[in-house]
Design a protein around this ligand. Structure first.
Ligand SMILES: Cc1cc2nc3c(=O)[nH]c(=O)nc-3n(C[C@H](O)[C@H](O)[C@H](O)COP(=O)(O)OP(=O)(O)OC[C@H]3O[C@@H](n4cnc5c(N)ncnc54)[C@H](O)[C@@H]3O)c2cc1C
Length: 325
């Protein structure tokens, strides 16, 4: 049994920010990360740029400088890795937390599997769950979704040159992917259930996208849903009825949701609306000593917490732990 004062699950921006804050109050937390630092960001589209300006992504008051207005994915990975290394954060990489149980003595027992597949047991007074949402795409639950030509993660456009590509969704991820695909010569159809453009689309991106739709370069289907995928088509349902659209690849960019299995298995109360109970001022759940940080604490929509806001959860947790002393 490895004894720790505090364990943070997940080395995304919000888990790292929480670790820096706990270090500042004299705890020396270990972060257990199933992949490596800033894993989710490393899996984002290769050439993406954040919508936030760099200072809004900073953690631990470490300056994030870039000559660009909005940082790129690569700059963000470099920034978070440097922040972790400069603060000498303890990161157990390639180790997955499997269970968190609160024992009768008030301490938590964590079970994990390390990169060699060996089980490890920890005991800790405080646990911060900062597991994000990126592992859990919102599946459509339609026939054909399991086919190899369907992905919920867009990386880069090049493999789609000359192909008929359906993008499902109408948020920034869908719009950015459509523009990138069109530039490499893919034939793009965006299929979106909304009646008009989503208000969340970055205002500096929308005019260019709309122009491409208006010029017929990108096909945009509003009030439409894909109800089935087969080898050569997607079947689209719209107010006019059902019709097939020629298709080689599907990018289902329909968002993500946090997985709350640890939380429920360790006694966290799930509210009627489906999100876990926690105190907004301390980030503590109904289980004393078990905290949430980052996007795992989202309530209705997984996109209501960003790095911009989730990076401050660690401050609340640290303040609460200090107040208990
Ligand atoms: C394309 C895109 C663009 C975005 N742009 C912006 C932006 O401009 N500004 C902004 O503020 N936000 C932006 N966001 C949102 C932002 O990236 C997320 O809100 C942020 O990553 C959340 O950080 P987090 O630390 O909560 O979770 P994550 O970054 O997802 O980190 C969670 C970590 O937990 C690990 N983990 C999960 N389960 C386990 C387990 N069982 N055991 C061990 N480790 C585990 C994961 O591997 C991961 O490393 C964007 C999101 C996307 C998808």
């Amino acid at each position: 049994m490895i004894k720790e004062e505090a364990i943070i699950i997940g080395a995304g921006p919000c888990g790292l920010a929480a670790a820096i804050e706990l270090e500042r109050i004299g705890l020396h937390p270990v972060i257990i990360e199933k992949s490596n630092i800033a894993h989710s960001i490393s899996m984002y589209p290769t050439y993406m740029h954040f919508f936030s300006t760099p200072e809004r992504l900073e953690i631990g008051e470490i300056p994030f400088t870039t000559p660009n207005d909005k940082p790129s994915r690569l700059e963000a990975i470099n920034y978070y890795r440097t922040a972790a290394l400069r603060n000498s954060l303890r990161v157990n990489a390639y180790e997955t937390v499997l269970r968190v149980d609160r024992q009768d003595n008030g301490l938590f027992r964590l079970t994990s599997a390390d990169r060699y597949g060996e089980e490890k047991q920890y005991e800790a007074r405080y646990v911060v769950v900062a597991t994000g949402y990126f592992d859990h795409p919102n599946y459509l639950g339609i026939p054909g979704e399991e086919m190899d030509k369907v992905t919920h993660f867009f990386r880069e456009a090049h493999p789609y040159t000359g192909m008929e590509v359906a993008i499902i969704g109408g948020s920034n991820s869908a719009i950015d992917a459509a523009l990138e695909l069109e530039r490499v010569g893919a034939k793009v159809t965006v299929i979106y259930r909304g009646a008009g453009y989503s208000s969340s689309i970055k205002p500096w991106v929308r005019p260019g996208f709309e122009a491409k739709v208006n010029n017929g370069v990108i096909r945009m289907l509003f009030e439409s849903r894909v109800v089935e995928i087969d080898k050569r088509h997607v079947i689209v349902e719209s107010p006019e009825g059902r019709h097939p659209v020629a298709n080689d690849f599907v990018l289902a960019l329909t968002g993500f949701h946090p997985d709350r299995d640890f939380l429920t298995s360790s006694g966290v109360r799930i509210e009627e609306e489906g999100f876990p109970y926690f105190d907004e001022t301390t980030m503590e759940t109904n289980v004393p000593g078990l905290y949430l940080a980052g996007v795992v604490a989202s309530k209705h929509e997984a996109n209501e917490i960003f790095i911009e806001s989730g990076r401050f959860h660690g401050n609340k947790i640290a303040e609460h732990i200090v107040s208990l002393r």
